[in-house]
Design a protein around this ligand. Structure first.
Ligand code: C2E
Ligand code: MG
Ligand code: MG
Length: 889
């Protein structure tokens, strides 16, 4: 019986071996339907075998280990395999026949069902292979489940009697069958799983090696054999056809200098059993040598390194190149950063670089020094607002830091390069230039401009101040006036321009010397400055010309007239300078800056014409520009235009006024007086057009025409009748008049003694050396010089001996009063006397009455002229008795 049992179990084991063989050789996958069929059939075959070699048990019954194939087929391979095994087994059992055939057939299906349920639970749910205990439990449960089969077909009584006898066989037999077959099968599966895992690992390693470009290197020292895979052959540039495989042949490929290190590393690995890791250069036919990292280890045999080594070698040329590049870049970068550091620290500007978040990236020491900021405040990485806050705390910055930051971002965002200044306490100024960078940050440069600003302020101050008086100068005043005109144009501003002119300052200067002149100017400036106060602007425009820009207060209580009166009160009185009493006079022209005033020049002209007006009245006082003056200006402008285009011969004419010898009542000469008939027919008096011609510069031309016409005319007169020609101060001092006189005299052959030039006091007041030389030259030619209108101006007697004169013409303003005013009479007598004493002739102008003429004759005046004697007319009045035959040519 034991033998039967063993052979039944042996059959199972044989079946298991078949299964193992099938699995390995056919490599049938557990999940493929083919596999299920194969397993189902194999286990089915096992069932056939065990059913046919049953174990006889008491009661005429038999037992076999069918439970094993039926349970395990379903357990490992699922219901299909299980059913197949059960079906095959069932057919075999039916063939065997004997008692309890129905139960025997059905038991297959019960076992298969139990196996499938257990397989599902362990393999799919628990996902593990069965342990020994699992197999015991499965077979026990399967046996229990199959028990009902004993009763089917045999009846309850037979079944029970069978169970009573056979249960130990049943249980032990089934358990041992399932365990034997189950364990065998499990090992087969485990082996398969291991094999799969290994093959996966190999594939993964291959993939890894391929992607890392690793080459497999094997070395058998005893056989002197080096084996390389495809990648290895390529790595060492070896041809598989010609490579002998010896160590020397492989080593040959390595650059000679690197070979000793390689040999030493391999020898040491052989000795110690440790891995070697060496980098060598592999010779290349054309290219530079390639860098190879060779690693490997000798296999241990019996705890000691054996003769076989295995390793992986890889091409690290790119890595080496990268390392070299990195080293170079790092070197360059450090070089650059060192250069940058040196540059930054030696810069006289402060530099700070801020990133796109406004955090400090870089700052040089100079920047810290300029802003007097400690290193820890300006640490790299700190936000810009923290610096602003720091400066705000130190009183250097007054804006809200966040607001300031917002403005910076705005401008940086626009890509705008801008310059701003920071006023540091106590008095340092730093110019900050902000230049945005493409990455959104910005670079700041800082420059200490304290000295520059101070110098600029001083220059500005100097440029705007008058050196002598300290008042604003012309340039500064012009600018202020310009702005006032702009304000005026925008609407009535109430501002006004006051031009202040000292009367006869020239004489003061000449009489008392320049230092006193300067003292006078300073005194006047101080007065104007005081009167102007804070609100108004006082300036010296040049010489003795001053100005005040009158700016009314909000109250509107003060008027420019009141101001002008104050100025006059303070200036026009006797001042004492170093004990010297000097009486000053002043004239003021005022022009309101009104919206119709278009330019600074225009307001200047207006104030100037008002000043001119008051000056021409020879009074101390002020005059405001008004409609009358405006009309005069308009008329003057009109005349200017006409005068410029006037054709001399047609529109100009000379009238002659006789001058007589008072003692003998005889015509001794004629004064040529210019007449102009304006193109519209009106006669314009010389007092009006001569100043215009002087200003226009046409006086030279006109004066020469007068000279030549007068000389030509005089040639018709008796040889002892002279001609007097008026000469404007503007004609002199240009070094051309004397030459012209010479030419005219030569041309008309007039005796120079018959030609007299009348010059006004102004010529002498505005004296300069050139004018004096010219007057002397005129006298040297033989012509005579008369001082016209004596008594109207400053009438300094000092002129009389300082200048080479021949005659004084006493102004008609004296003459007209001699019969009514005692003083005038005395003055005229005195002048006549004085002149006679110093050898000068005198002509009294403007004799209109016999009384005047008689008085003047008595007073000792040499000559007389006036309407009484004869009015100026085109045809000179030559009393018949006195006319001599003209020396006509
Ligand atoms: P002036 O040289 O003092 O000339 C005398 C002026 O007095 C003349 O005025 C003459 O008409 C006027 N006159 C003469 N006798 C009497 C009189 O009894 N009563 C009054 N009420 N007036 C008298 P006129 O011709 O208007 O000339 C004015 C000034 O124009 C001249 O003053 C002279 O300074 C200037 N002038 C005239 N012709 C010329 C010229 O050719 N060249 C220059 N540079 N100036 C000239
Ligand atoms: Mg004259
Ligand atoms: Mg005169």
């Amino acid at each position: 019986m034991l033998l039967q049992y063993v052979s039944n179990l042996g059959l199972l084991s044989f079946g298991a071996l078949v299964l193992f063989f099938l699995r390995i050789t056919l490599d049938v996958s557990r999940h493929a339907i083919v596999s299920k069929v194969v397993i189902g059939c194999t286990f089915g075959a096992m069932s056939v075998m065990v059913v046919n070699v049953p174990l006889s048990i008491p009661n005429g019954a038999t037992f076999d280990t069918r439970a094993g194939p039926a349970i395990l087929s379903a357990f490992y391979a699922g219901p299909v395999a299980g059913l197949l095994t059960a079906a095959i087994g069932a057919i075999a059992r039916y063939q065997v026949g004997g008692p309890a055939v129905v139960g025997g057939i059905l038991s297959f299906f019960f076992y298969a069902g139990a196996g499938w349920a257990a397989g599902y639970y362990l393999l799919s749910v628990k996902r593990r292979l069965p342990t020994l205990r699992d197999l015991v439990a499965i077979s026990a449960v399967g046996t229990l489940l199959a028990v009902p089969a004993l009763f089917i077909g045999s009846g309850i009584a037979f079944g029970l009697s069978l169970l009573a006898v056979a249960w130990p066989y049943l249980l032990i037999g089934n358990i041992s069958g399932v365990v034997v077959l189950g364990l065998t099968t499990r090992e087969v599966l485990r082996a398969k799983q291991n094999q799969d895992a290994l093959s996966d690992a190999v594939i993964t390693a291959d993939l890894a090696r391929a992607s890392a470009q690793l080459a497999l290197w094997q070395y058998d020292r005893a056989m002197d054999r080096v084996t390389l895979d495809e990648a290895g052959l390529a790595l060492y540039g070896l041809d598989p056809e010609t490579f002998s495989g010896s160590y020397a042949a492989w080593r040959e490929r390595i650059v000679e200098e690197d070979r000793p290190a390689l040999d030493a590393a391999i020898a040491s690995a052989r000795r110690t059993g440790a891995a070697f890791d060496v980098t060598v250069r592999v010779r290349q036919d054309r290219d530079w040598p390639r860098w190879v990292r060779a690693t490997g280890q000798f296999r241990l045999e019996g705890g000691r390194p054996g003769d076989e080594a295995i390793g992986v070698h890889s091409d690290i040329t790119d890595l080496r190149q990268l390392e070299a590049d990195l080293r170079q870049t790092a070197h360059e970068a450090s070089e650059k950063s060192r250069n940058l550091e040196v540059t930054l620290s030696s810069m006289k500007h402060g530099v700070a670089v801020l990133d796109k978040d406004g955090c400090l990236v870089l700052v040089n020491q100079r920047a810290l020094d300029l802003f007097d900021m400690p290193r820890d405040v300006a640490a790299v990485g700190r936000h810009y607002t923290s610096f602003l806050r720091y400066h705000r705390e130190h009183g250097n910055f007054h804006l809200d830091p966040d607001e300031a930051m917002r403005r910076i971002w705005e401008r940086v965002g626009r890509g705008e390069i801008y310059r701003t200044r920071m006023q540091l306490t106590p008095d340092r100024v730093i110019a900050v230039t902000v230049a945005p960078m493409p990455d959104g940050g910005w670079v700041e440069t800082h420059e200490d401009i304290t000295e520059q600003e101070r110098a600029a302020a001083q220059l500005r101050e100097a440029a705007e101040r008058d050196g002598l008086t300290g008042l604003a100068n012309r340039a500064a005043f012009d600018q202020a006036l310009e702005e006032a005109v702009r304000r005026g144009a925008a609407g009535a501003s109430g501002e006004a321009l006051m031009l202040v002119d000292l009367n006869d300052f020239k004489t003061v200067n000449d009489s008392y010397g320049h230092s006193l002149g300067d003292a006078v100017l300073k005194r006047v400036a101080a007065i104007l400055d005081r009167v102007a106060g804070e609100r108004h602007l006082a300036a010296r425009l040049g010489g003795d010309e001053f100005a005040i820009l009158f700016r009314p207060g909000t109250q509107g209580d003060d008027r420019p007239e009141a101001q002008a009166r104050r100025v006059i009160d303070e200036i026009a009185r006797t001042h004492v300078f170093d004990g010297l009493r000097v009486k000053l006079g002043v004239s003021i022209g005022i022009a309101a800056i009104t919206p119709d005033c278009r330019s600074r020049a225009e307001i200047m002209t207006r104030a100037d014409s008002a000043l001119y007006k008051i000056k021409s009245q020879r009074e101390i006082g002020f005059r405001e520009f008004d409609k009358t003056i405006e009309r005069e200006i308009t008329r003057r402008k009109r005349l200017e235009g006409k005068l410029l285009t006037a054709a001399k011969a047609e529109t100009f004419a000379l009238h002659y006024q006789p001058i007589i010898d008072l003692a003998h009542d005889r015509v001794v000469g004629h004064e040529a007086l210019l007449r102009w008939q304006c193109p519209n027919g009106t006669m314009v008096p010389p007092s009006e057009f001569i100043p215009i011609a002087e200003d226009l510069g046409t006086i030279d031309d006109l004066g020469l025409w007068v000279l030549e016409t007068a000389v030509k005319e005089a040639m018709h007169w008796p040889a002892d009748v002279c001609v007097s020609v008026n000469v404007s101060p503007r004609q002199l001092g240009k070094d051309m008049f004397v030459g012209a006189v010479e030419r005219v005299l030569a041309k008309w052959q007039l005796d120079p003694a018959r030609l007299e030039f009348e010059i006004t006091e102004n010529v002498l007041i505005e004296r300069n050396d050139a004018t004096l030389t010219e007057i002397q030259a005129l006298r040297a030619l033989g012509t005579r010089i008369a001082l016209d209108d004596f008594g109207t101006g400053f009438s300094s007697l000092s002129y009389l001996h300082r200048f080479p004169l021949d005659k004084i013409k006493i102004d008609r303003s004296f003459v007209s009063r001699i019969t009514s005013d005692h003083t005038s009479a005395s003055i005229v007598s005195t002048i006549a006397n004085l002149a006679r004493n110093i050898g000068l002739d005198t002509t009294a102008e403007g004799i209109e009455t016999q009384e005047q003429k008689a008085f003047l004759a008595l007073a000792g005046c040499t000559n007389g002229q006036g309407f009484l004697i004869g009015r100026p007319q085109a045809e000179p009045l030559l009393p018949e008795a006195l006319i001599h035959e003209p020396a006509r040519r």
